[in-house]
Design a protein around this ligand. Structure first.
Ligand SMILES: C[S@@+](CC[C@H](N)C(=O)[O-])C[C@H]1O[C@@H](n2cnc3c(N)ncnc32)[C@H](O)[C@@H]1O
Length: 450
C-alpha cells in the first residue's frame, strides 16, 4: 500500500487539532509515556485549546488505539488497496498513517468540538467517514473485527475458545468507576446512601465487600466522601486481590510491588491501621505519592521502601519474618485494555517471555520474606497463562513443598467475598472483563510450611 501523504508538519495549535491528535497517536506508539500523560503534557501551559476539544481529542485518541486494525484496514481500503498487516513500528516512522487513522477514528460525538475549532477539518472528517461507512466489512480479517493483534487473539482463544468474541467486545467498552470504601472511615451502606442521595447511580459491587460501582466519568473530587478519605478509586478486581491476602490487625505485611500503593491502602484498611505494612518497589518515584495517600486514608503504619532490585540486601533483615506478602508483579497489563488500550500494541510474545522471567525472579525473592506458616500471594493484571498459571506452577514446583498452594474460594469466603466460586478457575482467582465486569486479573496463594 502507498503511504497516506498527510504528515503533521505544522506546530500544533488550536487551528490544527487533527495534526495534534495524529502527533499524540504517534507519540503513544513510541511507548515512552501513556496517552493520559501525553495528553496532559500537550495541553500544559497557556493553550488556545479549550476543555471541550481536549476531551474530544482524548476520546479520539483512545478510539484510535482500541480499534487500530480497523482504521488501518479502512485507510487502505479507501485507497483501493489491501492493507499490509498492521505494524506499529511504521506508525512511529510514517506519521501519515497516524493522520489517516485519526480522521477515521474521530468519534461522531466528538465532531462538534472539532467543528468549533476547525470547521473545514470537521467537514473533511465527516465526508471521509461517510465514505468509510460504505466500505463492505464482510471479509475483514479477524484482527479487524476483534480489535486485537493476531498473536493475542490466538492466545486468548486457547483459553476461552469462542468466548474470545465476547472478551474482545468487553475489552473495547469503557471500564466503570469502581470505588473501595475505606473501612477505617465508613461503612459501605452509609457511603452508598450518601452517593445515591447526591443523585449518583451507585451500586454495590457484586463480589467485593467494600466495593461500589458507578458509571465511568463521575467527577469524584467534589464529593464529600472523597474529601474525607472514605473512598478510593479501585477496580473490584484489585479489591479482590487484597481480600485474598487476608491481612489482619497487628500483622506484619509486605506489598512487594507497591507502585503508587493502590493495594497497599486496601491492605492497611484490612489491618485497621495496626501492625506494620511495608510498601516496596524498585521505582522510588512510584512510591512518592504514597505517604500523602496513606495520610488521607487515615493510615499511619505504612513504611515505603525503595529497592535497588528484588534481591536488595536491605531485605535480609525481613527474611522469614513477614506474615503476609503480596507480589503484584509487573506484567503486560493486558487485563486492563479497557483503560490502557495502547498496551496491546506495546507487547508481543518476546516481551511476554521477558516479563515471565522477571515475574519468576520477583516471586522467588519475595517468598524469602514469608515467615513459616505465613501467606504469599502472586497477582497480575494480565490475561495470559505465561504470566499467570505458568509462573505459579513453576514456583510451586521449584519450592518442593515449602510453599503449599491455597484454594482461592476458601480464602475469598473467609474475606466475606460474595459468590467466590464464580471468580475461580483451577483454584486460582481468575477475573475476566466479559465474565466479571472487572479488569482481567489473576492471583495465586500459598502457605509457607510451618
Ligand atoms: C502492577 S504494578 C503495581 C501496582 C500497585 N500494586 C497498585 O495496586 O497500584 C507493578 C510494580 O512493580 C514494580 N517493580 C518492577 N520491578 C520490580 C522488582 N524487581 N521488584 C519490586 N518491584 C518491582 C514496578 O515499579 C511497579 O510499580
Amino acid at each position: 500500500m502507498t503511504r497516506p501523504t498527510r504528515a503533521p508538519a505544522r506546530r500544533p495549535t488550536a487551528a490544527a487539532p487533527l495534526t495534534l491528535a495524529a502527533r499524540l497517536l504517534q507519540e503513544t506508539l513510541r511507548f515512552q509515556q501513556p496517552p493520559d500523560a501525553l495528553l496532559a503534557e500537550a495541553f500544559r501551559g497557556p493553550q488556545r485549546v479549550g476543555a471541550r476539544l481536549r476531551h474530544a481529542m482524548g476520546d479520539a485518541l483512545y478510539a484510535a488505539l482500541r480499534d487500530l486494525p480497523r482504521w488501518h484496514w479502512l485507510a487502505a481500503a479507501l485507497q483501493g488497496q489491501a492493507a499490509a498487516p498492521l505494524d506499529v513500528a511504521r506508525y512511529r516512522t510514517q506519521p501519515g498513517w497516524c493522520d489517516a487513522v485519526m480522521r477515521l477514528a474521530w468519534p461522531a460525538a466528538a465532531l462538534p468540538a472539532l467543528a468549533d475549532a476547525d470547521a473545514a477539518a470537521a467537514a473533511e472528517v465527516e465526508a471521509l467517514q461517510a465514505r468509510a461507512a460504505g466500505v463492505p466489512l464482510a471479509d475483514t480479517p479477524e484482527a479487524v473485527r476483534l480489535g486485537l493483534p493476531d498473536w493475542l487473539i490466538d492466545r486468548l482463544r486457547d483459553q476461552v475458545g469462542a468466548e474470545v468474541e465476547a472478551l474482545a467486545a468487553a475489552l473495547r467498552q469503557p471500564a466503570p468507576l469502581d470505588l473501595r470504601v475505606n473501612a477505617l472511615r465508613a461503612k459501605r451502606s452509609a457511603v452508598l446512601a450518601e452517593l445515591q442521595a447526591a443523585g449518583l447511580p451507585a451500586a454495590a459491587t457484586p463480589h467485593a465487600p467494600w466495593g461500589i460501582r458507578l458509571p465511568a466519568r463521575v467527577p469524584l473530587q467534589g464529593l464529600e466522601a472523597y474529601a474525607r478519605g472514605a473512598i478510593e478509586v479501585q477496580d473490584e478486581g484489585s479489591q479482590l486481590i487484597a481480600a485474598l491476602v487476608g491481612a489482619r490487625r497487628g500483622e506484619t505485611v509486605a506489598d512487594f510491588c507497591a507502585g503508587a500503593g493502590g493495594k497497599t491502602l486496601a491492605l492497611g484498611a484490612d489491618m485497621r491501621d495496626s501492625g506494620r505494612l511495608y510498601a516496596l518497589d524498585t521505582v522510588a518515584r512510584r512510591l512518592q505519592a504514597l505517604p500523602a495517600r496513606a495520610q488521607r486514608a487515615g493510615l499511619t503504619q505504612v513504611h515505603p521502601m525503595a529497592l535497588a532490585h528484588e534481591r536488595d540486601e536491605r531485605l535480609q533483615r525481613l527474611a522469614g519474618k513477614i506474615d503476609r506478602v503480596l507480589v503484584d508483579a509487573p506484567c503486560t497489563g493486558l487485563g486492563t485494555l479497557r483503560r490502557h488500550p495502547q498496551l496491546m500494541w506495546r507487547h508481543h510474545p518476546d516481551s511476554v517471555a521477558e516479563l515471565a522471567a522477571l515475574q519468576q525472579r520477583i516471586l522467588a525473592a519475595a517468598a524469602a520474606l514469608v515467615r513459616p506458616g505465613g501467606r504469599l500471594v502472586y497477582a497480575t493484571c494480565s490475561l495470559l497463562v505465561e504470566e499467570n498459571e505458568h509462573v505459579a506452577q513453576a514456583f510451586t514446583a521449584a519450592m518442593r513443598g515449602d510453599f503449599v498452594p491455597l484454594d482461592a474460594p476458601t480464602l475469598l469466603a473467609e474475606a466475606r467475598v460474595t459468590a467466590p466460586q464464580a471468580l475461580v478457575t483451577d483454584g486460582y482467582l481468575r477475573l475476566w472483563p466479559h465474565r466479571h465486569g472487572t479488569d482481567g486479573f489473576f492471583a495465586a496463594a500459598w502457605q509457607r510450611r510451618a
